[in-house]
Design a protein around this ligand. Structure first.
Ligand code: ZN
Length: 232
């Protein structure tokens, strides 16, 4: 049984405009947990999250779940912009790709899972709305990234992990269609549009973590079609 998160109140929140139906996971992308907590509570930074989990599993609550925290910024999912108003944001302490990305320790994930389960019990969040920051902002963000154990979370009932559909079409038109069905912003949907490739990179970081090159291939298409079969 993990202890309840400790409070460290952030001033960076305002009122929600919609019920909570999304859970967004992040990494802090800063050198230390202390630096991240300071920034998320700095009124001049104008960023925050509902929760922060350190690498040793220590959990902090910064904003009440009933309030809008400012964690996702410019974002879009399933055609709807600005996910902050309808989401809960959890920051996992990790230096991120800028300062030495590294695996998320077991103690951190062991604290995350019961926190997520509690959130999912308190709010009507469908499994397809448990996402990473990069999923909802693929042109700007990489977090929580390809080392985040999405498959283990899926096995714990948090979010979706597909069974691959081996006969899926790996050509761009089918991949673009399926990325949009899942909820990604694919821009114009033309392979020449960087938005489409970045959406595929985000998908691969989440659901095909071995390689995230933005190239459609059989393995990515199989994962993507498997995901569509779960939600479409
Ligand atoms: Zn983030």
């Amino acid at each position: 049984m993990n202890p309840a998160p400790r409070w460290r109140a952030s001033p960076n929140f305002d009122d929600r405009e919609a019920p909570v139906d999304m859970l967004i996971l992040h990494y802090t992308g800063m050198k230390t947990a202390a630096a991240a907590l300071d920034r998320l509570c700095d009124p001049d930074a104008r960023v925050s999250a509902h929760y922060v989990i350190e690498e040793d599993g220590t959990a902090w609550q910064l904003v009440e779940e009933e309030r809008r925290a400012w964690h996702a910024g410019v974002s879009r999912w399933r055609g709807a912009p600005l996910v902050n108003g309808r989401s809960i944001g959890i920051e996992l302490v990790n230096p991120g790709h800028e300062f030495g990305y590294r695996p998320f320790p077991a103690a951190q994930i062991d604290a995350l899972i019961p926190l997520c389960r509690g959130i999912l019990a308190r709010h009507a969040i469908p499994p397809r709305h448990v996402l990473g920051h990069a999923d909802v902002a693929p042109a700007r963000k990489e977090d929580p990234g390809e080392l985040f154990p999405w498959q283990a979370l899926g096995a714990a009932g948090i979010g979706l992990w597909p069974t691959p559909a081996p006969d899926a079409d790996p050509a761009w038109p089918a991949v673009a269609r399926d990325l949009a069905l899942v909820g990604y912003d694919i821009g114009s949907g033309d392979p020449a549009d960087p938005a489409l490739r970045l959406a595929l990179v985000a998908f691969q970081r989440h659901w095909r973590q071995r390689l995230w090159d933005g190239q459609p291939d059989r393995e990515s298409a199989a994962q993507l079609a498997g995901l569509c079969a779960l939600i479409c």
